[in-house]
Design a protein around this ligand. Structure first.
Ligand SMILES: [Fe+2]
Length: 275
């Protein structure tokens, strides 16, 4: 197993992982305190959803067994498989790009096998199971988003070959983690990085002075981001078909995006359209 490309000091048990970074079933073990942490996070985030979350996220969440504590991996996969053919697999945390792309291309979403400590309720550096499952899985119930993420995984290999992983990571960042969507004349959040964080949820959807731009694939591919603060810029799609439909343009855009000067976080660019 090659962990050389991962940041140092990650919390997970990488020694127990297989070559594809998945963990054995007996590595999924949550204490009563872990379940209590999940329930606190679940209650807090659920309260924000009616006003701020996209319909597909709320509808997906309602069909998943998430309310009683840290959910069971098999139970999540059963619901997902029936809806869109996706499943989830347990991993120790962040995994290298190539392994991540392989899982996505096979409609497997990697989910971390541990949850944050009680003192990290508001913010955690590494993604944990609350972020991965609560944040990401509900949208995987949406067929066009599910298709988009599989296509993303397949294009990952190609992007790696031509040295274009940075623009590809920006697409994931802005559209999977921090995406907004137009709904009923307003804006709603569907991104996992938004909806798994109370502060980011309010900031993304209602905070004045934040840049919310119409989705434009070449612009997203060039947009640098900062990982340690609330986002100064978000991109807004009309529907998930717009995102899925843009994927056929991606191979043609990656070389230019790789070679272009990145647009700094929060900066304006020519052609920007406010959403
Ligand atoms: Fe994530």
């Amino acid at each position: 197993m090659d962990t050389a490309t991962l940041p140092a000091g990650l919390r997970g048990d990488y020694a127990s992982a297989a070559a594809d970074f998945t963990l054995p079933p007996d590595a999924i073990l949550f204490s009563a305190a872990d379940h209590a942490t999940w329930r606190r996070l679940y209650r807090r985030q659920s309260a924000l959803l009616p006003a701020h979350a996209a319909r597909a996220f709320r509808e997906g969440l309602a069909r998943l067994p998430f309310g009683a504590g840290v959910p069971d991996f098999g139970a999540i996969s059963a619901v997902l498989r029936a809806a869109t053919g996706w499943s989830i697999v347990p991993v120790p945390g962040l995994i290298p790009d190539h392994a991540f792309f392989e899982h996505l291309a096979a409609r497997r979403f990697p989910v971390t096998n541990w949850i944050r400590r009680p003192e990290e309720l508001d913010y955690i550096v590494e993604p944990d199971i609350f972020h991965d499952a609560f944040g990401h899985v509900p949208l995987l119930m949406q067929p066009e988003f599910a298709g988009f993420l599989e296509a993303y995984g397949r294009l990952g290999r190609q992007a790696a070959r031509i040295g274009a992983l940075a623009p590809l990571a920006r697409l994931y960042w802005f559209m999977v983690e921090f995406g907004l969507i137009e709904e009923d004349g307003g804006l709603r959040a569907y991104g996992a990085g938004i909806l798994s964080s109370a502060a980011e949820t309010r900031h993304a959807v209602v905070q004045p002075g934040v840049r919310r731009l119409r989705f434009d694939l070449p612009r997203v591919l060039r947009s640098a981001y900062s990982i340690d603060d609330l986002q100064p810029t978000y991109f807004v799609i009309r529907d998930y078909a717009e995102l899925f439909g843009a994927m056929h343009l991606l191979p043609g855009l990656l070389p230019a995006a790789r070679d272009a000067q990145p647009i700094p976080p929060g900066a304006a660019a020519p052609g920007d359209i406010e959403a």
